[in-house]
Design a protein around this ligand. Sequence first.
Ligand code: NAD
Length: 250
Amino acid sequence: MSAEFDGLVAVVTGGASGIGAAIAAELGARGAQVAVLDRDVTGAADGVFGVVADVTDDASVRAAIEAVVEHFGRLDIVVNNAGIGAQGTVEDNPDAEWQRVWDVNVLGMVRVARAALPALRRSPAAAIVNTCSVAANVGLPQRALYSATKGAVLGLTRAMAADHLREGIRVNCVNPGTADTPWVGRLLSAAADPVAERAALEARQPHGRLVSAAEVADAVAYLASPRSRSTTGTSITVDGGLESLRLRPA
Ligand code: NAD
């Protein structure tokens, strides 16, 4: 029996850890040939084509996408997932920090898309999926810089969907809530009592637990697949109800 992504090639940025690693695994399990573009590919799964590149470096992004296309002969799916966090109000982060995080979270996606578009135009099943966040849609305290970057990702997703609709390239994003990844693990381990902090974080989620990276990956796989061929310029939120519901945990 043929798998959903048989014959298709996907590149996943930030695919060596957390949500990106789950996306790489999910697309691979569904038959895609997967390349992981990451500044550190040591955590990438066996069987993926790992390419070291930093999304803040245009030349390295171009070289990485060229290497993927040369290796597999095509490129069909781009998952723009690499991203970094930032905490604080607008008074807490100097301009240089705004520029550093923006360079990864927003311009990084622009660079990867720009490098990949020529190959995507040759694909009969082209899709870009950007990892955005609920932070694009709700006001989270102490997340001014991070939320601004994810708001930009949402706008970028919609505008690119309009620009490339007639070329047959769909562009969507996924909005995870708090997901159980090494990133969140790092934040928790910095707390005075990591176990209590995790319990408190879980209790703040409407469904009482963190979102799993695999759940996010499943939504990305749908948006990357021709099953969602009528869906572009929009997002799927995977957050246990955090964004839409006004429930307090029981
Ligand atoms: P993670 O830290 O576990 O993984 C991020 C990966 O991106 C790492 O492999 C890292 O090496 C790579 N990366 C970072 N900067 C890079 C750069 N400049 N060039 C190339 N690769 C780079 O993080 P995660 O939790 O899996 O987050 C992945 C994405 O999901 C991010 O875009 C993040 O904003 C988004 N997100 C995460 C959560 C969450 O709660 N974990 C929630 C919403 C959105």
